[in-house]
Design a protein around this ligand. Structure first.
Ligand code: MN
Length: 239
């Protein structure tokens, strides 16, 4: 890119971020740096798993997403808008964008939904805490429902806590790299804004936990970034 093109692009980007309504979850097509060191979630999530998961799996989705968009000549740069509306894309591009766009978006969220143990609130507080208790009876009951969704997901996929269209909380699960934004792919009743999710692909836990997915889920609660989840909840309620 020459200097003039760079300046023009930067100015457009600045204008966009200043004037356009932006969501706190706005996400482009690039991989943001991991918000902590790969070993920061030890002993619950091991450094090697994090390194490979971020550096190979997520990076791979980003590369393949870029390739798929280029091949289909698609100019959308908002990754969440892209995966929300896959059915509007050319047929030939849908599968690659569903898998790799979903992979990019899901992992971008997932890294932010985790933080080093002890670095923030130990559980959901404030309005989020109240909403979880009134929806699921207690925080422990919520964890049980969420853990069951993660455990029952056959093969690869995700379990989610979403804010539904009517502002309620719901636990859902999707296969592969699908997510609750995907209109026309996920059941309408399970569409919503994800505010927490866990990756239950074997690549997320196998090196440390092997076949013991429930042990991974139990350990993972220690590294949930409840401050970030609460932020997502507030934003989704306002949207
Ligand atoms: Mn993954």
């Amino acid at each position: 890119m020459n200097r003039r093109a760079f300046l023009t692009t930067s100015t457009a980007a600045l204008a966009g971020s200043f004037f356009a309504p932006t969501s706190s979850h706005a996400l482009d097509l690039t991989q943001a740096p991991l918000p902590y060191a790969p070993e920061a979630l030890e002993p619950y999530i091991d450094a090697m798993t994090m390194g490979i998961h971020f550096g190979k799996h997520h990076a791979g989705y980003v590369t393949k997403l870029g390739d798929a968009l280029k091949a289909a000549n698609i100019s959308q740069t908002d990754a969440q808008a892209l995966v929300s509306d896959i059915k509007s894309l050319p047929d030939a591009a849908q599968t690659a964008i569903r898998n790799n766009g979903g992979g990019h978006v899901n992992h971008s969220w997932f890294w932010k939904w985790m933080a080093p143990a002890g670095s923030g609130p130990k559980g959901p507080e404030g309005k989020l805490g109240e909403a979880i208790q009134s929806t699921f009876t207690s925080i422990d009951d919520f964890k049980k429902v969420f853990g069951e969704a993660a455990g029952k997901r056959f093969g690869s996929g995700w379990a989610w806590l979403i804010v539904t269209k009517d502002g309620g909380l719901k636990v859902t699960s999707t296969p592969n790299q699908d997510n609750p934004l995907m209109k026309g792919i996920v059941d309408d009743a399970d569409l919503g804004t994800p505010i927490l999710g866990i990756d239950v692909w074997e690549h997320a836990y196998y090196l440390k936990y092997q076949n013991k997915r429930p042990d991974y889920v139990t350990a993972w609660w220690n590294v949930v970034n409840w401050a970030e989840v609460a932020k997502g909840y507030e934003a989704a309620k306002k949207a």
